[in-house]
Ligand binder design. Structure first.
Ligand SMILES: Cc1cc2nc3c(=O)[nH]c(=O)nc-3n(C[C@H](O)[C@H](O)[C@H](O)COP(=O)(O)OP(=O)(O)OC[C@H]3O[C@@H](n4cnc5c(N)ncnc54)[C@H](O)[C@@H]3O)c2cc1C
Length: 465
């Protein structure tokens, strides 16, 4: 029997892969809450309106992008895919809020040669700076220090800082360069110019990628030039469909089942639940956040537990607002991000209905907190979010419908030294032959695509043991 702890997209992906590779092998998913899906959560109202409270768009590119599209295909959800092309305004218009105004980020080659606010010089200067930049330290460093050294302070402040806040709600002064720029850091160690070397590599990669086999849907995405995609009914359609598939194939999902400790002895893992029940297995996958796994292993494996504990998460306040009329915004765009240097406390705003229209209405999602989260009540959070919409978009009217939530510890932070911590965990597990595999957003990528790919890999590793 395979036991998977955690029914988020990571745990479900692992379970799904096992059911594909070994049909008939008993799978049990232990989930502490009354639902599965983890941070993937879509509210579907009776009139058809959808609010996404977690992830909302997925990118189709790379190995992980193809893994999720392969999953969609295997579940027969192709007809439910909604894609946004690279040429759509929401793909081309990505905004930042700086110095009291919204600015478009450069989105074409020609825009790199123009001076665009808030950058003090055209962006091609950053490329020139890269040619003469000094090589940095051999080991890990923050994204901010790497980008500032190679491409200058403006790129660090107005591109990387808001990007990191948008992706993981983190502070780029603390987040490791390996979080998003691992390839660039490695290139720095080998070549004089990162820009030239990367351009060459991209060309070579494209050629070699063409040869790799890809799911039909990933090829379609490439052919049609998708920028991002989602599913009708929201991304929860994906996890709902995975649950249906798993249950129809004999998997058991135990809801409201909180694990309180795990003992790893010899080849066996003994899992204790809050209810007092216990299960023993030789095949265990943990797909819960590192900070949740740390206390479970504290007694039996204090060494692993201590490293896990250092992979911290941040809390995000999230407000979905629905307004009447689809022409509320002056510009069609994906949304805007707010650099940490600006006097606005939100991380950014997503213009949901620009990417995926929902009839005659405008839906916006405001995100607050992350690395700068200050404990707030939902009422205060709503006021902060409304104030930000008024200041940036001039929206002062009351939303027709709203949902305000505080998502505690929802995004792991890959701070400087993260890869070292993950390698150390993997090493202890492998050296001591511990009967556990860890996967999930805490380790090798926070996007849904990363979670799917790593969930699949964890299943394959488990069965290969
Ligand atoms: C607001 C927000 C917006 C995001 N936007 C995007 C986006 O647009 N695109 C994108 O690609 N990614 C996005 N992400 C990231 C992505 O959604 C997450 O990284 C991913 O969903 C994490 O999945 P997971 O299965 O690893 O973990 P989780 O979703 O955290 O699932 C873990 C599960 O384990 C359960 N659990 C925890 N402890 C225990 C225990 N002791 N016993 C039993 N069960 C337990 C939890 O209840 C949960 O169901 C976003 C995340 C957030 C929070």
């Amino acid at each position: 029997m395979v036991v998977i702890i955690g029914g988020g997209i990571s745990g479900l992906s692992a379970a799904f892969r096992i059911s594909q590779l070994k049909p008939g092998l008993k799978i049990t998913i232990l989930e502490s809450s009354p639902r599965v899906g983890g941070w993937i959560a879509s509210t579907r109202y009776e009139d058809g309106t959808i609010f996404e409270h977690g992830p909302r768009t997925l990118r189709p590119v790379g190995e992980s992008g193809a893994a999720t599209l392969g999953l969609v295909e295997a579940l027969g959800l192709q007809d439910k895919v909604m894609s946004v092309s690279k040429w759509h305004p929401s793909a081309k218009n990505r905004l930042i809020y700086a110095n009291g105004e919204l600015h478009r980020l450069p989105s074409s080659i020609s825009s790199v040669f123009k001076k665009m606010q808030p950058f003090r010089k055209p962006l091609y200067y950053a490329g020139l700076r890269d040619i003469f930049a000094k090589r940095g330290p051999m080991g890990d460093e923050s994204m901010h220090s790497f980008v500032k050294r190679r491409f200058g302070p403006d790129v660090a402040e107005y591109l990387i800082d808001p990007l990191v806040r948008g992706i993981c709600a983190g502070d780029c002064r603390e987040i490791s360069v390996n979080f998003l720029l691992k390839d660039l850091k490695e290139t720095e160690m080998k070549s004089r110019s990162i820009m030239l070397s990367t351009a060459k590599k991209l060309f070579m990669k494209k050629k070699s990628e063409e040869k790799k086999s890809k799911p039909e849907l990933a090829r379609k995405a490439e052919h049609e030039g998708w920028s991002v995609w989602s599913l009708q009914g929201g991304l929860e359609t994906l996890t709902d469909s995975m649950v249906d598939h798993l249950c129809n194939n004999g998997a058991e999902i135990k809801y409201d089942t909180k694990i309180t400790s795990i003992e790893l002895q010899g080849k066996k893992a003994r899992i204790k639940m809050e209810s007092g029940e216990e299960i023993e297995t030789e095949q265990l996958i943990s797909a819960i956040p590192a900070i949740s796994l740390a206390p479970l292993l504290k007694k039996s494996h204090p060494g692993v537990s201590k490293i896990l504990q250092d992979i911290k998460c941040v809390t995000v306040g999230l407000a979905n607002f629905e307004y009447a009329g689809k022409d509320l915004l002056q510009m069609d765009a994906f949304g805007f991000l707010v650099p940490s240097s600006q006097d606005l406390s939100v991380l950014g705003v997503v213009f949901d209905t620009c990417s995926f229209p929902q009839g005659d209405k405008t839906i916006l999602t405001v995100m607050y907190g992350g690395h700068r989260y200050q404990p707030t009540t939902p009422i205060e959070l709503e006021e902060i979010c409304k104030f930000s919409l008024s200041k940036t978009l001039g929206i002062n009217e009351e939303p027709h419908r709203k949902s305000v939530q505080i998502l505690k510890d929802c995004i792991p932070q890959y701070t400087v030294g993260h890869n070292g911590r993950v390698n150390a965990i993997d090493e202890i597990i492998s050296k001591e032959s511990l009967p556990i595999i860890v996967t999930g957003a805490s380790y090798k990528g926070v996007s849904v695509n990363d979670c799917v790919l790593n969930g699949i890999r964890s299943a394959e590793n488990l069965l290969a043991r």
